[in-house]
Write a protein that binds this ligand. Structure first.
Ligand code: MG
Length: 355
């Protein structure tokens, strides 16, 4: 049997951020590697957390890390049940199932993935032949009993090692079996690595929303939460803000809540005369719960009067606030309808979201 130890005990010394707990969409960074280990069929997984941290992760045992990386690995390997253990850095969050399988299938007491450096390498002022250089990655497969013995020897002699392969080589003289690593199995170390990973992983969806309301005298008109007229406004159960309704409708329906009429029915007196901002904020609360954020809004409003030009900046700023999307990512087009829309407001909304 093979166990896995997933290291998430880093203190963020180099970046000041405990990156294993940074959220990418709906997941913590460490969960990406975890999912791959689980998909590989590894049932005994030990997650090593920073000392003092607790976290309830279904199907996973947790242990506390130690002072150095190798101490954290030891705590995990010690707790693992398998004859072999795959030790993986959670910061290598772009782990592939292929790589895990390749390592699992390769025989040996110590199996280590590595890649050749793409760049020339200078060492101590001299160029070295880069064919002689390998960059070592994780996961590394070790025979559990061998690792424990090597670790105890290293502790006795006070030596520090940065990975399992070097520890076993240094203390036991056993060379690792090298398998081809993967260039995209990079370690999220610096803030720009996190940005690269984010761009790789974030999934986008494009949603569409629509709404139309009749206009009548004697009531205010709200467009995107901004009052644009005092005396010629939308007829509706709520304030009839067709821009907010179109965006909210797109989001609610994508999230599986039916549509705006299901969540805020006009049979419910709570919503009678309600400002539609309430709908927007409640919808965004539900979106956040699902790890969904809005990345772009592209809205077309067809309305004869009043002309929206003078309100554009205010409407954009308000949409930006309500849907937590940068102002630069909100576009608003106002069409007059060329005489066809004397008594209505019609809205088309394209909503881009990040999962
Ligand atoms: Mg409506």
């Amino acid at each position: 049997m093979v166990s896995a130890v997933l290291l998430a005990a880093g203190k963020g010394k180099r970046t000041g951020v405990r990156k294993q707990f940074v959220r990418i969409g709906s997941r913590y960074l460490f969960e990406f590697g975890l999912k791959v280990l689980q998909r590989a069929g590894i049932e005994d997984i030990v997650l090593v957390l920073p000392p003092g941290d607790t976290l309830n992760v279904p199907g996973v045992r947790t242990v506390e890390g130690g002072a150095e990386r190798m101490d954290s690995v030891y705590n995990g390997v010690e707790a693992a049940k398998g004859e072999f253990v795959l030790v993986h850095d959670s910061a290598r969050a772009n782990l592939s199932l292929d790589l895990v399988k390749r390592i699992l299938e390769t025989p040996g007491d110590v199996v280590v993935p590595a890649i050749r450096p793409p760049d020339s390498v200078l060492y101590d002022g001299e160029y070295v032949n880069r064919d002689d250089v390998l960059l070592v990655q994780t996961p590394q497969k070790v025979r559990r009993s061998l690792y424990l013995e090597a670790y105890r020897k290293a502790k006795a002699s006070g030596k520090l090692y940065t990975d399992e392969g070097s520890l076993i080589l240094g203390e036991m003289g056993i060379k690792p079996v090298i398998v081809e690593g993967e260039r995209w199995n990079f370690k999220v170390t610096y803030p720009e690595d996190l940005e690269v990973f984010r761009r790789l992983k974030l999934e986008r969806r494009v949603l569409f929303g629509y709404d139309v309301h009749r206009l009548a005298p004697g009531r205010p008109l709200y467009v995107g939460g901004v009052k644009v007229s005092e005396d010629f406004g939308a007829v509706g159960h709520s304030d009839g803000d067709a821009v907010l309704h179109a965006v909210v409708d797109a989001l609610l329906s994508y999230m599986g809540y039916g549509d705006i009429g299901t969540v805020f029915p006009d049979s419910d007196d709570r919503w009678k005369g309600a400002r539609s901002e309430v709908f927007a904020l409640e919808t965004m609360r539900r979106a956040r719960e699902k790890g969904i954020s809005v990345s772009r809004l592209d809205i077309t409003v067809v309305l004869e009067r009043p002309r929206l030009g003078g309100f554009r900046n205010e409407i954009v700023a308000n949409l930006s606030r309500l849907f937590s999307v940068p102002e630069g990512n909100v576009s608003l087009k106002a069409k007059s309808g060329n005489g066809l829309y004397p008594d209505r407001v019609e809205v088309f909304a394209v909503v881009e979201i990040i999962l």
